[in-house]
Design a protein around this ligand. Structure first.
Ligand code: GLC
Length: 750
């Protein structure tokens, strides 16, 4: 529909119609079994279903078509309903969780995965996905780290922008694409103590320098929606934060799309003690520019009175309604209100071999090998035992894969039976224990048996018997699906006790021990790294779990994943991240000077740092060589937005060069990472910041020269003058295989 017609439509709508376009209903209003992903129950939802502008939690092509038809027939202006759903890392073909996708250090994996997800979801009637989650995460106690691509702003920006490309394609009108929603704006990952829905107290400097980067890239990529976050930012709940939403998001970042609250977040401003009542909360949210009220009655019950009392300008309302109408129009809903919904197409494309192969490839690339002693991997044993609850556990996706049918997930046992059928390799299987036991509160959903005691005695006996009949044991352990995701903060980030007990009994058998960890977060792995011969983080791998993991264990694919979040020695180190400040008393590498920044009982450093991951080969790297030790800065003064200078082509660059050699006996792929440290700034600077990475695949014995171009833009940060700019001075360049690299060179910006 042309813009003028949209304007005319808006003009013709009653006040009630306009207000209701800003109301989103839970799917249960239309169908009992809809996905429940939030708390608020709405008394009047039933009455509102004739006029509400959107609904979340529904899918199913024919059902959605039926709802849409009824809705439009009853709507005074036949305006189509908008269907939104959380498709975070998979609709039917479920890809590895975003934290695992971050570990691939490969934006193409994220883009291709998002494209598959969009295609399946769109055919299933979905028009908007609440993804990508672009929150920077630094605290493994927060369960939602599983939904983020990790602790680095630069990597997060690349991965989430790639997801937007995959979801939206070149035109959201296209039937195989959906509109993307960047969330949760902003700094939800900074929740104090890793506790969900909690307070965030970070300076504007830290917000701008570290946290906003991850949202900026997917928004610049053209995401059509942004979602507000549950947290307060320095005392102000995001859904009522006019500075954050209008000055930063809309004015500085240039976001012109639809801003939707998180589930109940407008109403929650009352709980926070920010709004006296729902009416005040509605007014604050409108002033902040929140266009859609997700699943509360704040807007539906109060906006009319606010307009009539002159407390809310109708122009503000019209702007919000126009953004919603424009989104519907750009999705083509006025011409085709069903968008991509088609049972026939859905059956034709869903879980296709092509999609499964892409998911399998994503699994392989996301696995992070942390230990591999005595070359125990790739597997070379004829008598193998798989032991642990993840031998047969089908819930290998994340809690946010809400439409996943885990019957489609390939378990470890299924993959091994396929792999070794008819071979001379004997494989035995034992679950060894229940996945969790009574010491794990799984919150609102119990997935697992609760007859723990008798089960575990029997299961352990079987496991110990199987252990005696093999020479290599693969432990398949991990968190429950429900121990990461929303509302799953943990103060103790070890494996479930029942699994730790199993591990300790099996390791006494003295066999070769390979441990796989299914997890949605970094864990305190206790003595597993020391007592296992090999250790691999497999994350929440999704539909092709067993296949992807087996491809790597058998050496068909050499592991290349790199940690997207630091793993701690102890939970007491959290929040833990590589791009930290040096402090005034950095703990020296050697010696134990008392008065330095340290713990008495734990190292400062991560047990396994960001960017770390082994391959099946070994690599050497030469010293970093720079094309110059000086970079002249030319400030051309043109700006893209208030705080970012454009790329000035008069700026010099410096080439950083290394030679990498595969010194092992097998072909492998290494991910070279470029880090930069600004040695002195008008505000203190992190000891390292990732500014680039390149994958290099080398045959055994092969070498390659790898270069990175260092630009002035890479040196910019939020300075004490409240500008995003570089400052003259000394810089260090690091190129290595993880964030702990000390392979450095120095240059000066003048
Ligand atoms: C949830 C989550 C958000 C999700 C929304 C809709 O509470 O915080 O990430 O997209 O509700 O399900």
């Amino acid at each position: 529909m042309e813009k003028e017609k949209l304007q005319a439509l808006l003009h013709d709508m009653s006040l009630e119609e306009k207000i209701m376009q800003l109301v989103q209903l839970p799917g249960q209003t239309f169908e009992e079994s809809a996905a429940l992903t939030g708390l608020a129950d709405m008394d009047k939802a039933g009455k509102m279903k004739t006029l509400a502008g959107s609904v979340l939690g529904l899918h199913g092509a024919d059902k959605i078509k039926e709802i849409q038809k009824t809705y439009m027939d009853n709507h005074p202006h036949n305006i189509p309903l908008l269907f939104m759903l959380d498709v975070i890392h998979g609709h039917d073909t479920v890809f590895p969780c975003p934290l695992a996708q971050g570990a691939t250090f490969d934006p193409e994996v994220a883009e291709k995965g998002a494209a598959v997800q969009a295609k399946e979801a769109s055919a299933d009637g979905v028009q908007v996905t609440f993804s990508p989650m672009a929150d920077l995460v630094r605290d493994a106690r927060w369960g939602r780290v599983v939904e983020s691509t990790g602790e680095d702003p630069y990597l997060n920006g690349l991965m989430t922008a790639a997801m937007v490309r995959g979801y939206q394609g070149s035109d959201i009108k296209d039937k195989d694409h959906v509109a993307a929603c960047v969330k949760h704006f902003a700094a939800y990952g900074a929740a104090e103590a890793g506790r969900d829905y909690n307070t965030c107290e970070i300076s504007e400097h830290t917000l701008r320098d570290q946290y906003l980067q991850g949202y900026r890239a997917p928004i610049a990529q053209g995401a059509r929606l942004v979602m507000t976050s549950f947290n307060t930012l320095n005392g102000v709940p995001s859904s009522g934060n006019k500075w954050l939403m209008r000055d930063i998001l809309r004015d500085e970042m240039g976001f012109e799309g639809v801003l939707i609250s998180d589930w109940g977040a407008i109403m929650e401003m009352v709980n926070w003690g920010f709004a006296e009542d729902l009416k005040a909360a509605a007014a604050m949210a409108m002033e902040a520019g929140v266009d859609i009220d997700m699943c509360t009655e704040a807007y539906s019950d109060n906006l009319e009175a606010l307009v009539k009392e002159g407390k809310l300008k109708e122009d503000l309302l019209d702007e919000a309604v126009m953004r919603v109408l424009e989104l519907k129009n750009d999705l083509g809903l006025f011409e085709d209100p069903y968008h991509g919904a088609s049972e026939e197409r859905y059956k034709e494309i869903t879980l296709s071999k092509e999609s499964r192969d892409l998911a399998r490839d994503a699994v392989r690339k996301s696995l992070v090998l942390l230990e591999n002693k005595n070359g125990v991997l790739p597997l070379n044993s004829k008598k193998i035992a798989l032991i642990g609850p993840y031998v047969d556990e089908k819930k290998t996706h994340s809690a946010w894969a809400i439409t996943c049918n885990d019957d489609n997930n390939i378990t470890m046992r299924m993959a091994f039976e396929e792999e070794f059928a008819g071979s001379d390799v004997q494989v035995k299987y034992a679950n060894g224990c229940t996945l969790v036991d009574n010491d794990c509160d799984l919150g609102f959903m119990k997935f697992h048996s609760d007859t723990f005691e008798e089960d575990n005695e029997k299961l352990l006996a079987e496991a110990l018997e199987v252990s005696d009949e093999c020479d290599t044991i693969i432990m398949c352990l991990g968190e429950s699906l429900m121990q990461s995701g929303e509302s799953t903060s943990r103060a103790d980030i070890r494996l479930p006790k029942v699994q730790r007990d199993l591990y300790n009994k099996v390791k006494e058998k003295g066999k070769k021990l390979i441990t796989l960890i299914f997890t949605g977060r970094p864990l305190d792995l206790e003595d597993i790294p020391q007592t296992s011969d090999a250790l691999m983080i497999v994350w929440r791998p999704g539909t092709e779990s067993g296949h992807g993991i087996t491809d790597v264990l058998t050496g068909k694919f050499s592991p290349q994943g790199k940690l997207s979040m630091s793993f701690p020695w102890l939970v007491g180190q959290e929040p833990l991240y590589y791009n930290r400040f040096n402090t005034g008393r950095p703990k020296p590498a050697e010696g134990n000077t008392i008065f330095t920044s340290r713990y008495l009982d734990c190292p400062n450093e991560a047990r396994y740092p960001f960017g770390y991951g082994l391959t099946y080969s070994d690599f050497e790297i030469s010293k970093v060589k720079l094309s110059s030790d000086k970079m002249h800065k030319h400030d051309c003064g043109t700006t893209l937005d208030k705080n970012r200078k454009s790329d000035c082509n008069l700026n010099e660059t410096i080439k950083a060069l290394v030679t990498v050699k595969n010194t092992g006996s097998v072909a492998a792929t290494q991910t070279l990472q470029l880090y930069i440290r600004d040695m002195a700034g008008s505000t203190v600077r992190p000891i390292k910041e990732l500014k680039g990475f390149k994958k290099v695949s080398l045959q055994a014995g092969e070498s390659a020269e790898v270069s990175f171009e260092i630009t002035e833009e890479m040196l910019r940060f939020w300075t004490a003058s409240n500008k995003f700019e570089s400052e003259p001075g000394k810089f260090k360049v690091f190129i290595g295989f993880d964030s702990a690299t000390d392979n450095e060179a120095e240059f000066e910006l003048i």
